[in-house]
Design a protein around this ligand. Sequence first.
Ligand SMILES: [Mn+2]
Length: 314
Amino acid sequence: MMSLPHPLSQHKISLIGAPSDAGAGSRGSSMGPEALRVAGIEPALLNHGLDVEDRGNLSGPHNPWDESSGGYRHLDEVTAWCRVAHDAVYETLKRRRMPILMGGDHSLSMGSISAVARHCREYGKKLRVLWLDAHADFNTCDITPSGNLHGMPVAVLCGFGPAELIELGGVMPATPPSVYRLIGVRSVDPGEKHFVHKTDLDVFDMRYIDENGMHATMERALAGVDADTHLHVSFDADFIDPLIAPGVGTPVPGGPTYREAQLCMEMIADTGRLGSLDIMELNPAQDVRNQSAALAVDLLESLFGKSTLMRKRL
Ligand SMILES: [Mn+2]
């Protein structure tokens, strides 16, 4: 394939709010976009000299809070939300801007990543997805105990799930499992663990990070990223240790510390290949004085080169 012009400007950012928790097991992440705004996400990015537009919130169905049916909870509502998220992210990339999707629960990443994958196909870019999460999010209706769709997005994006979701981005599957690097995982359901192994997903769990350190982990997770790579980061706030980020729906002890998380972000920034981002699962109903949203904004600044800018530039 002929090389196409660089498809997006990394200095032009579009914030997109997706206030839905239809895919989650507890209510509250629908308040995430506003928590990030209150924590100053826009001025933080403006401080780095970036061109930022806040496109406000997408709209979609209300969360009905029903029981699971056919193995899924709120499949219609989650599908509707993922469609609007897909369209907003795809259109933002078409305008050569970098989308930051502010969730909302993590099922919304089915919308954003299916759009990013579509964009990459059109521009002949290689896709790499860093999935920063305490969970593998690789459940299917056969193995999930709950039917909550925020536990399934990686599986759906790889083609395992209901037809209306696996076909979101126009091509099925939206992505092969080989594009993913799951980092920070420390809670996996038994059936899910088996499926992760069977699919050969690349997982850097907390044991791996404990034994090798965050630096070596990120070097491996970023290996092969080059000038033709579009890097997508899907950040679930429960990636971070709940001692410093309590404002999440499904906290799991033993996550990365503040410094480990900062190093992770700085090493992503150093690649210069960040093309799109999800900030998901912030739950202000569980938070203490918005500290988790403030931490997410702090980490975001590192993701956009806060520390590297203090070094002498080459
Ligand atoms: Mn997640």
